[in-house]
Structure formats: C-alpha cells, structure tokens
Design a protein around this ligand. Structure first.
Ligand code: NAP
Length: 276
C-alpha cells in the first residue's frame, strides 16, 4: 500500500504545463513539503531549472533517483510520448508505488500492460488547472485501492474539484470537461464579436462578456444552484432574454452543443484505441 501521501514523496515524469500547475497547487496549498516533490523531463533543462527556482522542489535530468525516491509517480507527458516513458520505467516501478497518468486518451490497460501489478490511476484534469480551477475525473485501475484513490484525490484537489468515474465513461468526460473550456471560449468569442459588430468597442465587449461569464459561473457554484431555475429567473416572458434565447434555439444551439460533445467523445475513443 502506498504510504500516506502527506509523509510520502511525489515524482513528476514530465515537467510541462500540467506538471507546473499541479506542483504550484501542491506547494501553494501545503499538501506536501517542497523537498518531497521531484520532477524530471526529457531534455528541456531550463524548464526543469525554472520549476526548481519557482517552487524549491528537487529536479533530476535522469529518472532513476526520482523513481527510487517516489511513492507516487505522476506521469505528465503528451500521449504520444507515453510508450517511450513506459519503456523507460518498465521494470523499475515497484508494486508499492502508485502511478497516476494524466495523459489524455491513454487507457489504463495500456499502462497496466506495461507496469504489471503496479497500481495505476488515470486522471483527466482540464486546462483550468493553471488557475487551480480544474475539474478532474479520476478512474482507478485494477490494482488501485481506495487508499490510492484517496491519495490521488488529495493531490488533484490542489488544482480544483475532483470526481471519481468508471473508466468506460472517460471519453465522454474528456469531451465535456476536457474540451469544455474551449467551447466556453468559443461562446465568449462569439459574444464579443456580436457586441463589436453592434457598435461596442472590442475592449468593452470583452469586459462585458468575460464578467458575465464569471458572474454566471459564481451563481452556478452557489450550493443547490440549478441552471434551469437560474435561466428561468432571468427570462421574463416577452422580454429581451427570451428573444435572445429563442434565436439561439432556432439556430440549434442545444443540438450543436450535443453534437460537439458527441464528436469529441468519438474522437477520444479513436485516440484511446490508437493508444491501446
Ligand atoms: N495542459 C493541460 O491543460 C492538460 C489538460 C488535461 C490533460 N493534460 C495532459 O497532460 C499531459 C501533459 O500535458 P502538458 O500540457 O503538460 O504537456 P507539455 O507542456 O508539452 O509537457 C510535456 C512534458 O513531458 C516531458 N517528456 C516527454 N517525453 C518524456 C520522457 N520520455 N521522459 C520524461 N519526460 C518526458 C517533456 O519534456 P521536454 O520538454 O524535455 O521534452 C515535457 O516536460 C498530456 O498528456 C495532456 O494530455 C494536459
């Protein structure tokens, strides 16, 4: 069983954007002392040095010291680099360690097939981890226990909310919350473009659109908030909001969103197949 993470050591294989966000959250929230966090990457030494200077963690250009020291290994490399990493760490990872993969679209079986008997958890955070506002879905592998899941949950809480899901719905999760920020950005772009075309300056349209999004998101994060009820409250019969919503629905807004999630999930499934 993995040691209690607060007294254990976490090693990051991959020192890019996601590792940076997680390390910032873990150090910032005091989840682990800095000297119990290691990171390594493939070749970008300035990036590794940057992590060391910013967060005071331990870094190494080679994997053996990190593999040796870590109770939990967080593999934060691009999906295409996963086979290389698995080949490098195969045989060196112990069954008393926990491996957490954040590689989007890499199924548990691909990792477990290479690291026999090692507990594995697959994590799907999103890009808002950079501001500690991710929602991360976790799926447990065959050898992962409740303790492993608890440790993984504590680590990913450093960058936002954490939910546990069965792996067979991970493609839909990826399509919704992984790709979701981009749908929201696209909606905001469209709002800004509409405001600008109708006479607002771009600066003003952006301020209005972004703060509308932040306000609506805060309303939605109140306990028991319900989007249907919130929408009903802003929509007076015959009023401006109703006119706007009707135009959205006449142009298939909800079905466009549904199709976006469906196609993204389909693509996630194809990628998972390629990465198996
Ligand atoms: N960024 C996000 O918001 C986000 C959201 C959800 C999921 N993810 C997932 O998180 C993973 C990492 O994404 P990222 O944005 O952090 O990527 P990134 O910024 O490109 O970082 C990738 C890191 O992997 C390292 N690496 C590659 N091959 C390696 C090897 N053989 N050994 C050790 N390190 C190796 C790279 O090192 P060098 O620089 O030295 O090559 C780099 O530090 C991806 O699988 C992605 O799907 C990211």
């Amino acid at each position: 069983m993995v040691r209690i993470v607060l007294s254990g050591t976490v090693g990051f294989i991959g020192a890019g954007n996601m590792a940076d966000a997680l390390i910032r959250g873990i150090v910032g929230r005091g989840i682990l002392p800095r000297e119990r966090i290691w990171a390594t990457n493939r070749s970008n030494r300035p990036r590794l040095l940057g992590l060391k200077e910013r967060y005071g963690i331990l870094t190494t250009p080679v994997k053996p010291p990190l593999l040796d020291a870590s109770d939990v290994l967080i593999v934060a490399v691009k999906p295409k680099d996963m086979p290389e990493v698995l080949a490098e760490i195969h045989g060196a990872v112990r069954v008393d360690q926990l491996v957490i993969s954040v590689a989007a679209g890499v199924p548990l079986k691909a990792i477990e097939g290479s690291l026999r008997g090692v507990p594995v958890v697959r994590a799907m955070p999103n890009t808002s981890a950079a501001v500690q506002a991710s929602v991360t879905a976790l799926a447990s592998g065959r050898s992962a226990t409740d303790d492993h899941l608890r440790v993984s949950t504590e680590l990913f809480r450093a960058v936002g909310e954490v939910l546990t899901v069965p792996e067979d719905i991970m493609d839909v999760v990826t399509a919704l919350s992984g790709s979701g920020p981009a749908y929201v950005y696209r909606f905001i772009e469209a709002l800004i473009a509409a405001g600008t075309e109708m006479g607002l300056t771009e600066h003003l349209a952006k301020q209005l659109a972004v703060h509308t999004l932040i306000g609506a998101a805060r309303m939605l994060s109140e306990p028991d908030a319900d989007s249907v009820e919130l929408r009903r409250r802003v929509t007076s019969p015959g009023g401006t909001t109703q006119a706007g919503l009707t135009a959205l629905e006449e142009r298939g807004f909800a079905s466009a969103v549904k199709e976006a999630v469906r196609r993204a999930a389909e693509r996630a499934a194809e990628l998972a197949e390629e990465n198996s």
